[in-house]
Design a protein around this ligand. Structure first.
Ligand code: NAP
Ligand code: ZN
Ligand code: ZN
Length: 352
């Protein structure tokens, strides 16, 4: 075990601040990683403020982890010291249930071990995330990262990337399909990039008129300002698939009406409060309302490899860890272009 500098939320109504935590020395199957960058996901904020009612304090958020291997356990085969690697939202699962065996560890039947806030099987207490200098992870949940891309901009792929990639792949988004992405934040901007890369006709829905030009630059063929009812109505019954990446209360039914017969709207955004879903938009055209959670390890590697091949990364604003509380406030104002990434060199001294 060794001590490690981190940043934590001490309570739901307190700002994040420095905390020293314990990390385990690698077991034979573990990889110890020096963290270089960590993306800032809206889930970090939901958790730090206990908006989902499940937080154990103190919590060290962060599940878009990018770093270099510092040590490997004796039986590790996939990685060596110095490799550039990533860790996303999970650090382990049961490894044996049918979902895990299918590579869908995010749907592990006994529950996956989340990067932060899950019971820590090794040290007791809860797991701590990537707002820290170092993390030790079972090699099966560590991803290989290409040296070709900017590491600060790769970090958000570990959550925002895979969370949008997985449903776009599952619903086979591709050429000839009209696809909507709702909300141009961290997830949404990756959704736009991927749907565009897969060859779909991409329509971005935003509440922020100031994001129209960026939406197009990122790959949207059209941008709709969702507060404008006429603009919305012009797209009635025309979409094959809509991916909803919104973090707060909004009207789902307005989007369901935009789906074609048999179209699907998939929720990846996780607002605090339950939402109202009207029956008629669904049953009038056999529409589906679905959800999707992050992605499995194999498909995360597939996504990272695709990004390396196609030069796709997140658009990031690199921040000092001391600015994390201000970054949360900006995130709440939809003022992120389009993902904050913490430069972990700004936090304390290197792990021993
Ligand atoms: P984010 O960067 O804050 O982006 C959210 C975007 O939603 C904003 O940029 C804004 O886009 C739009 N928005 C915000 N408030 C809105 C409102 N009241 N009405 C309509 N639109 C609004 O957040 P994120 O990190 O992308 O995360 C988005 C959500 O996904 C969060 O709830 C997060 O917890 C969840 N999440 C889920 C998974 C999963 O596995 N399913 C994984 C990661 C994150 P515009 O300015 O363009 O309108
Ligand atoms: Zn996330
Ligand atoms: Zn399992």
């Amino acid at each position: 075990m060794f001590r490690c500098e981190a940043y934590a939320a001490p309570a739901n109504d307190k700002p994040l601040g420095p905390l020293t935590i314990d990390r385990r020395d690698p077991t034979p199957e573990d990889v110890q990683i020096d963290i270089l960058f960590c993306g800032v996901c809206h889930s970090d904020l939901h958790t730090a403020r206990n908006e989902w009612g499940m937080t154990t304090y103190p919590v060290v958020p962060g599940h878009e982890i990018l770093g270099r291997v510092a040590k490997v356990g004796s039986s590790v085969t996939k990685f060596k010291v110095g490799d550039l690697v990533g860790v996303g939202c999970m650090v382990d699962s049961c490894r044996v249930c049918s979902n895990c065996k299918e590579g869908l560890e995010q749907y592990c039947e006994v529950g996956n071990i989340q990067t932060f806030g899950s019971p820590d099987r090794h040290l007791g207490g809860t797991t701590h995330g990537g707002y820290s200098k170092s993390i030790t992870v079972y090699e099966g949940f560590v991803l290989k990262v290409s040296e070709k891309l900017d590491p600060a901009a790769v970090a958000p792929l570990l959550c925002a990337g895979i969370t949008t990639w997985s449903p776009l792949r599952h619903w086979k988004v591709g050429p000839g399909m009209k696809v909507g992405i709702v909300g141009l934040g961290g997830l949404g901007h990756m959704g736009v990039k991927f749907a565009h890369a897969f060859g779909a006709h991409v329509v971005l829905f935003t509440t922020s008129p100031g994001k129209i030009e960026d939406g197009k630059r990122l790959g949207a063929d059209e941008v709709v300002v969702s507060k404008n009812a006429d603009e919305m109505a012009a797209h009635t019954a025309s979409f094959d698939f809509i991916l909803d990446c919104v973090s707060a209360d909004h009207d789902i039914n307005a989007y369901l009406m935009l789906l074609k017969r048999d179209g699907t709207m998939c929720l990846v955004g996780a607002p605090e409060r339950p939402m109202q879903v009207a029956a008629f938009p669904l049953l009038m055209a056999r529409r589906s309302f679905a959800g999707s959670g992050i992605g499995g390890i194999a498909e995360t590697q597939e996504m990272l490899d695709f990004c390396a091949e196609h030069g796709i990364t997140a658009d990031v604003e690199v921040i000092n860890i001391k600015d994390i509380n201000a970054a949360y406030e900006r995130m709440l104002k939809s003022d992120v272009k389009y993902r904050f990434t913490i430069d972990m060199a700004t936090l304390g001294a290197p792990a021993l």
